[in-house]
Design a protein around this ligand. Structure first.
Ligand SMILES: [Zn+2]
Length: 316
């Protein structure tokens, strides 16, 4: 019995290697648990290798997904960055445009002598600069960056403010444009040049009677001595309301300019315009003569403002 137990404990296994040639048979004898251990080790190795392969594949998949995500985020970030830069550029352009508008408007107003009382508020530029400079522009790191959202929000807010500024400025510019248009129309209508090249021989006001030499009379205009045929010019834009003979005045032209201004050109030798003609300042309307109550070739020139004669020499 003891022998049997011992025999079992010393159980061996023998591997035989039988070559096909005539070499001797080779044997490998080992304790029976060794092959079991070898098999177990092989199985363990296989399981480990399989697990490792699965884990590697999972990791690789995750890496590739992450890489895709990073690329997507980078693309989004780049497009957002471009969008922000574009918005920034637009804001800059609008700012410059608005400031240019204000400056241009101011220059025009100063040029035509409009007082700065009801047009563009002077603090618009300052307000705008403050709005714009308050926008923080920084590089975008990722889509979850709260700074980015804040920037967009502030940008949109600033654009709303900008829109309001632009709107008020547009209204101001339109108002100013109307004032400028009115002013230009007034300046065009206001007599502002001498009607003829010649020496002034009689001014506006009381003077001795040029015919009798006795007593005085009120001279309603200014006399310019000039050779017969010298061109006579309209002293402002207007419409011819009379062109013909009138007792005392001879061949006469009357022009209505608007804004209460009327000019009179008398003693002409020749009339070159007719009633209803639109004339421009400097346009030749007649030629100097000595028709009517006149002693020598000259132009009698009058200006009426709101129906009353005024001194023409104040309008040269
Ligand atoms: Zn006169």
């Amino acid at each position: 019995m003891k022998k049997a137990v011992k025999k079992n404990k010393n159980k061996h296994i023998t591997f035989l290697y039988i070559p096909e040639n005539e070499s001797s048979v080779k044997t490998l004898r080992m304790t029976s648990w060794i092959p079991k251990i070898i098999i177990l080790v092989l199985i363990a190795t296989l399981i480990y290798a399989s697990s490792y392969t699965v884990a590697y594949r999972n990791l690789k998949d995750k890496y590739e997904i992450s890489l895709c995500n990073i690329q997507e985020i980078t693309t989004i970030n780049n497009s957002q960055k471009i969008e922000i830069e574009r918005l920034e550029e637009n804001a800059q352009k609008i700012q410059e445009q608005l400031c240019e508008n204000v400056n241009a408007l101011q220059e025009i107003k100063e040029l035509v002598g409009i007082k700065d009382d009801n047009t563009v508020p002077s603090n618009i530029q300052d307000n705008f600069s403050n709005i714009y400079q308050s926008i923080p522009f920084q590089p975008i790191v990722n889509t979850n960056n709260t700074n980015f959202t804040d920037h967009i929000f502030e940008l949109k807010t600033s654009f709303v403010s900008l829109s309001k500024v632009a709107k008020s400025q547009k209204t101001a510019i339109e108002d100013s444009a109307k004032s400028i248009k009115d002013r230009v129309a007034y300046l065009k209508a206001k007599p502002s040049i001498k009607p003829v090249v010649g020496k002034i021989t009689a001014g506006y006001g009381y003077r001795k009677n040029p015919f009798s030499g006795r007593g005085s009379e009120f001279h309603k205009g200014v006399d310019f001595a000039a050779k017969r045929g010298t061109p006579v010019m309209a002293t402002a834009d207007g419409t011819v309301t009379y062109s013909g003979w009138k007792s005392g005045y001879g061949n006469m032209v009357i022009i209505s300019h608007g804004y209460g201004f009327i000019t009179v050109y008398a003693h002409n030798s020749q009339l070159l315009v007719k009633i209803g003609d639109k004339v421009k300042r400097g346009q030749i309307i007649s030629k100097v003569g000595s028709t009517g109550r006149s002693t020598a070739p000259h132009l009698h020139y009058e200006i009426k403002l709101n129906g009353k004669n005024v001194d023409p020499s104040r309008y040269f």
